[in-house]
Design a protein around this ligand. Sequence first.
Ligand code: MLT
Ligand code: MN
Ligand code: ZN
Length: 311
Amino acid sequence: MKAGPSAIPVHIVLLGTAAGGGFPQWNCWCPTCRTARISPHRALRRRQSSAGVSLDGERWFLLNASPDVHDQLDCLPGPVPAGVRHVPVEGIVTTDAELDHTLGIVLLREARHLQLVATASVRRILEHDSRILPVTRAFARVEVTEMKLGQSTPLAYRSGEFSGITVEPFEVPAGTPRFSEEGTPGHTVGLIVLDGESGGSCAYVPGCGELDEALLDRLGGTDLVLFDGTFWTDDELISLGIGDRRAREMDHQPISGPSGTLSRLSRLARPKKVYTHINNTNPILLEDSAERAIVERAGLTVGADGMTFSI
Ligand code: MLT
Ligand code: MN
Ligand code: ZN
C-alpha cells in the first residue's frame, strides 16, 4: 500500500463483514452463532457486509448499503457535525441488488438527497424487482449514476465536486437475486476502487462464484483485496442440517480445499488480502478455531467490523 508524501491516502473502513443475516444471525443457534452469544470473547459480532471509502475522512462513500446501515454510519470516523442535520454519506456504490447490500438504501431516505452508483442491471432490479428505488424516491431525491463494466466512473460528492476516487466494475460469476428473473450482464460485479492521486487501489468483491486465473490476475495488481469469505466448505449448510444448497450453488466459492479461494488468493504477493461477507456458520469466525489459524498461516486476514485500511 502506498501514498506519496503529499498525497492523502484513501481510507477504507469495513463497516460490516458478515454475510446476509449478520453474526450471530437472529434465528440461528449453529455452533458459531451459539459461541458468539455464550462466549463473546471467542467470536466478535459482525454486521452485514458493507465498507466505507473516503479521501478526507469526513465525506464517505458506501460500498453497498446494508440493513445495519444506521449503526454502521454511527461508527464512521469524522468530526462532530456543527449543524442540526448531517448526512455523512455522499453516495452509495452497489456490487449487486441482493437485499443484504441494498436494503440500507431505503433506510437512508431521511437524507432527502442520495446518490447511487450502480450498473444498469442492478438499477433495473432495484427499480422493478425489489422496488427499493421507487419506494426510496417517495421520500428522497435519488440520483443514479450508471457505471459500465470495465470503465472507470468518478465518484462525485453531492455538491457535484469530484472526490478524487474512481470505481471500475468488473463482472463476477454469480446468479441473480432470488426475486429477480432476468440475468443481464452486470447484475453482480466486483469493484476496483482507485485513488487517482496516489494510484492506490482496492478490489471489493463480497460475492464471487468462481475465482479464475483472469480474476486472480486482476486482484494481483491491487494493493488491497476484500474478498468473498462466505463459506469454509461447499457443504457447510447441508452438514449443519440448515440448508439444502451447496456454497457453489449459492454462487460463493468456498475458502478451503484445493480449489478453494484460500489456496488461490495466497498466491498473490502484492495485495493485502482480507475476507469479508462471512456467513454466520463459517468456523473462521471463531478466534481460536483451526480454520482461523489456517487462514492466517496462509497470510490472509479474517475481516472484522471496524478494520481500517489506507491505500
Ligand atoms: C448471497 O450473498 O448469496 C445473498 O445475499 C443471499 C441472500 O441474501 O439470501
Ligand atoms: Mn450476501
Ligand atoms: Zn449460525
